[in-house]
Design a protein around this ligand. Structure first.
Ligand code: ADP
Length: 253
């Protein structure tokens, strides 16, 4: 039976008089890639940061792996992975040194090279963070979420600003991490990405969930409702052209 690893019930968040999250409820199933989608200002980051224990909720219930956010935030912190803001903080440290530093913060003993292997950055172990490409920085940032061997990781727009090759490479990495048993909550503004990557998505608008299902079912529902796209006659799009011409191999390695 599907095991609920996150249960959010009637979550509200007010900033002063303004209600950014207006009573949302959803579950995340263990082992799935769950997408939080929605326009800017919808309340995605607020919801994410409440689950990450980084922001106070106004009301509602959040249970993560059976732990209640109200009574066990420290236990929750131990089993989740959150992307650390690495850029610019320690410009003179290399990747191994950064991992050692972060491991110390988590009180974890990790082998930096083993962790770098997981995100395909062994070759960059002696490089400084600032010297890496956008895709490498994102891969490293994902590696930092894995330091405490979490059951769940939260990724906030991990592919924003990446080239098409780096984006696909990151999708593979995210799938690999999931295949090793980690549940993944991700936000993205790219609907093609959500469609290929997420098992289920919640679409949030103005602080409310307006749809929650697998991308496939949401598309079928729309089509069944009589929706028709203006005729799509081409068999490919410009991104296909780009990938066809430049290949799938990562650049800036
Ligand atoms: P999203 O991640 O979907 O873009 P956010 O959760 O960042 O949305 O923001 C939701 C709403 O709450 C926005 O209208 C934003 O301006 C507001 N908001 C976010 N953080 C704060 C804050 N610290 N103080 C006041 N308003 C905030």
């Amino acid at each position: 039976m599907a095991n609920k690893i996150i249960e959010v019930t009637d979550l509200h968040k007010k900033y002063g008089e303004f209600e950014a999250v207006k009573g949302i409820s959803f579950d995340v199933i263990e082992g799935e890639i769950f997408g939080l989608l929605g326009p800017n200002g919808a309340g995605k980051s607020t919801t994410l940061e409440i689950m990450e224990t980084l922001r106070q909720k106004t009301s509602g219930k959040v249970v993560i792996a059976g732990l209640d956010l109200d009574t066990s935030p420290n236990e929750i912190k131990k089993i989740i992975g959150v992307q650390l803001q690495t850029s610019g903080y320690y410009p003179s440290l290399n990747l191994v040194e950064l991992i050692t530093l972060f491991s110390g913060l988590y009180n974890e003993n990790v082998d930096p090279m083993e962790l770098l292997d997981k995100v395909n950055l062994r070759d960059k172990s002696k490089a400084k963070f600032k010297e890496m490409s956008g895709g490498q920085k994102q891969r490293f940032s994902i590696a930092t979420t894995l330091i405490n061997k979490p059951a769940i990781i939260f990724l906030d727009e991990p592919t924003t600003g990446l080239d098409p090759q780096a984006r696909r490479n990151l999708w593979d990495l995210i799938r690999e991490i999931r295949n090793q048993g980690t549940t993944i909550i991700i936000t993205t503004h790219y609907m093609d990405e959500a469609e290929v990557l997420c098992d289920r998505v919640a679409i949030i608008d103005s602080g409310k969930i307006i749809a929650l299902n697998s991308p496939d079912k949401l598309i079928d529902e729309l089509v069944d409702s009589g929706f028709e796209k203006p005729k799509e006659v081409k068999q490919a799009n410009l991104e296909d052209v780009f990938i066809h011409l430049t290949g799938k191999a990562l650049r800036e390695e």
